[in-house]
Design a binder for this molecule. Structure first.
Ligand code: 5AD
Ligand code: SF4
Length: 452
């Protein structure tokens, strides 16, 4: 039993509870949001309570992302900002968690600005690291694990709407796409025991959540004691009939007919697939080590559309990957046009030290060319999103109310099953309600609706 650091022993049987305030900023993907929730849960047992006010924090942490260089640059700026609070509070502890901790290790400690460095598999050690740290003695644990899934930990949910929750079903990635740092920062792939996943999903439903998103870098390779991802999805859908189930992310090389058919078979599994294409050109796809072709990708999209014609399909794409020619970039434009994505995340290629691409291919597309291509792709996607939304005009959809709209608090907002954001005037419903709305108008980002 580790020492109870939140409790200081007084005389006799009396304990004094020393509550410390913990503030965490989260960057990067939804996995990181879920990891932050796990960290709050681990540290809550040791007397650390969550604060959203950085000025009152005893411990400030950033859960970081290394996926692109600009993600890391932002965090360096935050580390300087965190250090400005040391003047008023010399006992303040500053920690870096997540992918950047794993990638940079000692280099973070060498700055003298950070007291704790903990990689994605080291969060159970945070209480010990915090107990051991002292002035001039920073602490670090960046060991990657083949087993850690935090399966037994019930995360402290940090999203504010209390409607949708993320559940990690696996960690790490074995794909080693040549541009990607994730296999190095998050380690080898491992799947979480499905009993703990279903239990956590039931806990969420019991606490009022109405939407659950199952998370993994590559959910299609989930496998625990003979249960694959399609079976897991069906298990969760069956256990929680009144709750929407989503997931992210599928790999085009692995998305199976069984999974697509399972999505269609359960009314509470949302018809939405995030299927990162990365490039529309076969030579670039091979260089990226994606292990599918443009033709294969089209075939998977055709299968999805034949089984679920109403399925929302979104994607990720990288422009300006090593040696990408103008014609090869045009193949990315044309795959976007042909698939007609509902939405997309698009990025300039950012070389990440240590990856296969960084070791083998020069990052030879000038930044001006990358940015011009990116802007062209974004403009195309804006048009495609608008066209997709226009197809929904006059349609009636079930949406899950998330809360007031940011633009006008008299409006509510929520998503369709296919993942489109809707806003409508409503003084009656509340977050967590399912309502029917009719689409009257749209922008490229939003369906403007009324109650149906
Ligand atoms: N440069 C730019 N974008 C990247 N992504 C991953 N690695 C890089 C990189 N080195 C993008 C991919 C991935 C998304 C999460 O981030 O499109 O799907
Ligand atoms: Fe960023 Fe990838 Fe790490 Fe998520 S797993 S935080 S996207 S580098």
């Amino acid at each position: 039993m580790p020492p109870l650091q939140g409790l200081a022993k007084q005389d006799g049987n009396q304990y004094l509870c020393i509550v410390k305030k913990l503030y965490i900023e989260t960057y990067g993907c939804q996995m990181n949001v879920n990891d932050t929730e796990v960290v709050f849960a681990i540290l809550a047992k040791y007397g650390y309570s969550r604060t959203e006010d950085i000025a009152e924090a005893d411990v400030i942490m950033a859960n970081t992302c290394s996926i692109r260089d600009n993600a890391e640059q932002r965090i360096w700026g935050r580390v300087d900002y965190f250090n400005t609070f040391r003047k008023a509070k010399p006992e303040l502890r500053i920690g870096i968690l997540g992918c950047m901790a794993e990638r940079l290790k000692d280099a973070l400690l060498d700055t003298g600005k950070v007291d704790i460095v903990a990689g994605p598999d080291a969060y159970r050690c945070l209480p010990d690291l915090l107990a051991a740290v002292s002035e001039g003695h920073p602490q670090m644990n960046v060991e990657l694990s083949r087993e850690e899934t935090y399966g037994d930990i019930s995360p402290v949910r940090i999203d504010r709407n209390g409607v949708s929750a993320f559940i990690s079903i696996m960690r790490g990635c074995n794909n080693v796409c040549s541009y990607c740092v994730v296999p190095y920062t998050r380690g080898a792939e491992r799947s979480r025991d499905y009993h703990t996943i279903v239990r956590e999903a039931c806990e969420c439903a019991g606490n009022g959540y109405r939407e659950i998103t199952l998370l993994g870098q590559n959910v299609d390779s989930y496998e625990f004691e003979g249960v694959n991802f399609a079976k897991l999805l069906a298990m969760v859908a069956e256990a929680l009939p009144g709750v929407r189930i989503r997931y992210s992310t599928s790999h085009p090389k692995d998305i199976s007919d069984e999974l697509i058919e399972t999505m269609a078979a359960w009314p509470n599994i949302c018809h939405q697939i995030h299927l990162p294409v990365q490039s529309g050109n076969n030579r670039i796809l091979e260089k990226m080590r994606r292990r599918y072709t443009r033709e294969w990708y089209f075939e998977r999209v055709a299968k999805i559309r034949s089984v679920m014609p109403d399925c929302g399909i979104s994607t990720d794409a990288i422009v300006g990957f090593c040696s990408e020619t103008e014609e090869e970039f045009r193949d990315t434009l044309s795959i976007f046009e042909e698939v007609g994505y509902d939405s997309a995340y698009m990025f300039n290629y950012s070389e990440r030290p240590g990856t296969l691409a960084a070791r083998n291919y020069p990052d030879d597309i000038p930044i001006e060319v990358k940015t011009r291509r990116l802007n062209e792709l974004i403009a195309l996607q804006n048009r495609l999103s608008l066209e997709s939304n226009r197809r929904d005009l006059g349609g009636v959809f079930e949406v899950l109310v998330e809360g007031p709209s940011k633009k006008d608090p008299a409006d509510l907002c929520g998503r369709t099953g296919s993942g489109k954001m809707c806003v409508w005037r409503d003084a009656v419903h509340k977050p967590g309600d399912f309502v029917q709305v009719k689409v009257l108008d749209c922008t490229s980002a939003t369906l403007l609706c009324e109650l149906a």
